[in-house]
Design a protein around this ligand. Structure first.
Ligand code: PRT
Ligand code: MG
Length: 212
């Protein structure tokens, strides 16, 4: 049995066409059922539904043989021990720095001020500001980063942006793009050795279905 870890929502939705191209249909709809283990049209392949941030953990420790996870999640989790054979180019967005419309970010950087940055992505943010030589105090949050600059908790946030409408609705400005983000196929190293042929075949099928 091969176990594929997916998270509900955009990663599950965007993975369906890739699975379909590999001739695989998921037999349950996670929005309608409460099942966490879903059967597929292939008797030797099942899908497990986990939190997006738990996908690397499942794959690393063999709770799943493969998984789909955002580059953001992989960078925060740490990529050691995870084989990443494919950029699936789904769930695309970017990691950016945003500030309140009335905060002069460029001036703060120029003057070498300490900037208070709220984020869920502390590893990515730490690396980014250290590369730029900008002094920051990082404040770890678990949700709704957009609120932090509005309440005075922070000067800036580091968050994912896709359409930009969340920033706009909260009067925040995107002042720096840190990196483009998309979801990757991750594979457990031991599974790749033990089930080499079926896993290789799956990777190849996904690879030929990736949209440029
Ligand atoms: O939602 P939950 O707390 O269960 O977990 P999660 O947020 O980790 O999962 P999910 O499904 O929301 O995101 C899974 C992956 O999708 C992320 O790890 C990213 O790689 C990718 N992705 C792509 C995004 C977005 N686009 C995105 N827009 N993840 C989050 N967002 C959020 C963003 O954080 C911000 O709050 O959407 C808001 C901005 O969207 P726009 O369109 O208004 O700019
Ligand atoms: Mg989310």
């Amino acid at each position: 049995m091969i176990t594929l870890a997916l998270s509900k929502g955009r990663i599950f939705e965007d993975s369906l066409p890739l699975l379909a191209a590999a001739g695989i249909e998921v037999l349950d709809d996670p929005e309608k059922s409460r099942k966490l283990i879903l059967s597929t049209s292939r008797p030797d392949l099942r899908v497990v539904l986990v939190r997006a941030t738990d996908v690397p953990t499942y794959v690393q420790y063999g709770g799943a043989d493969l998984g789909v996870a955002g580059k953001d999640v992989l960078l925060e989790h740490g990529e050691q021990g995870l084989y990443q054979p494919l950029d699936l180019k789904i769930a695309r967005c970017r990691m950016s720095v945003a500030v309140r419309e009335d905060f002069d970010y460029a001036a703060a950087v120029r003057q070498g001020s300490r900037i208070r940055v709220a984020t869920k992505y502390t590893q990515i943010a730490r690396q980014h500001f250290s590369d730029k030589g900008v002094h920051v105090d990082l404040i770890k949050l678990y949700g709704s980063m957009e609120l932090a600059p509005l309440t005075g908790l922070a000067d800036a946030i580091v968050d994912l942006v896709s359409t930009g409408s969340t920033l706009k609705a909260n009067h925040l400005l995107e002042v720096e793009r840190i990196m483009d983000i998309s979801s990757r196929l991750v594979v457990n190293q031991a599974a790749l050795k033990l089930q080499r042929e079926p896993i290789r075949a799956l990777i190849d099928a996904f690879a030929s279905a990736v949209q440029p």
